[in-house]
Ligand binder design. Structure first.
Ligand SMILES: C[S@@+](CC[C@H](N)C(=O)[O-])C[C@H]1O[C@@H](n2cnc3c(N)ncnc32)[C@H](O)[C@@H]1O
Length: 207
């Protein structure tokens, strides 16, 4: 009995350390990932205010099929899943392999994930069995893409949306605005200050 008690105490001590360690490591996981991969383009996840604003823009069109670009560890992904109908699907693409390990830990039958670069969207979505989607949401840094890659990506998104479908992008610069205005028939621009750095949220609608 005494032995069992001491084993239990040791085990719960180890578990507690693991929990504290995990909790302490998490705030730095973005920073660590950013140091080894600047393409992550953020040193922390989006704030709850930015997440709420983006998720509202995504869900207000009542989408059934959503594609997410740059899902990272799934911060935004989890919140989108909360508002997605039971028969809905969310295809999340993330390029960074470390973030992707966390993304695949999200247990939800509606979620499909792929580790890859959205510039290869045709092949990635093809392999996931996704054709069209009601909404694309993107946190990837478009400034890291060449002008030709940006145009091609936005054109591909537009072609995969039905009328009324939307592309929601959150960025810290406004350089996407002319491109979105050229491709889409309606554009709403919001600014969320409660994020470091403040971010614009673009909601572009296909009419
Ligand atoms: C600003 S972070 C996204 C933050 C996260 N969605 C959130 O709200 O907390 C941008 C993410 O996009 C990913 N990313 C950047 N370029 C990408 C690309 N070309 N294809 C796929 N993912 C990309 C980065 O690895 C990073 O995880």
């Amino acid at each position: 009995m005494k032995n069992k008690e001491s084993v239990d105490i040791k085990k719960s001590g180890r578990d507690a350390f693991a929990r504290v360690g995990g909790a302490l490591r998490r705030p730095f996981s973005y920073l660590e990932t950013f140091i080894s991969d600047a393409g992550v383009a953020a040193i922390h996840p989006s704030s709850k205010y930015l997440v709420a604003r983006v998720v509202r823009a995504v869900l207000e069109c009542g989408p059934c099929a959503i594609v997410e670009f740059g899902a990272a560890e799934g911060n935004m992904t989890k919140k989108i899943l909360k508002g997605l109908p039971q028969n809905g699907t969310l295809a999340a693409i993330e390029r960074n392999a470390d973030f992707y390990k966390s993304l695949v830990e999200i247990r939800d039958a509606r979620l499909r994930t792929a580790c890859g670069d959205v510039r290869d969207m045709k092949n990635i979505l093809g392999a996931m069995g996704v054709g069209k989607a009601d909404c694309f949401v993107s946190g990837i840094p478009f400034s890291f893409l060449s002008p030709a890659e940006r145009s091609a990506l936005i054109h591909e998104v537009y072609c995969r949306l039905p009328r009324g479908g939307r592309f929601v992008a959150y960025q810290c610069t406004t350089h996407l605005i002319p491109l979105l205005r050229r491709q889409f028939q309606q554009l709403k621009v919001e600014l969320e200050l409660r994020n470091m750095p403040p971010h614009f949220v673009f909601t572009a609608v296909k009419k």
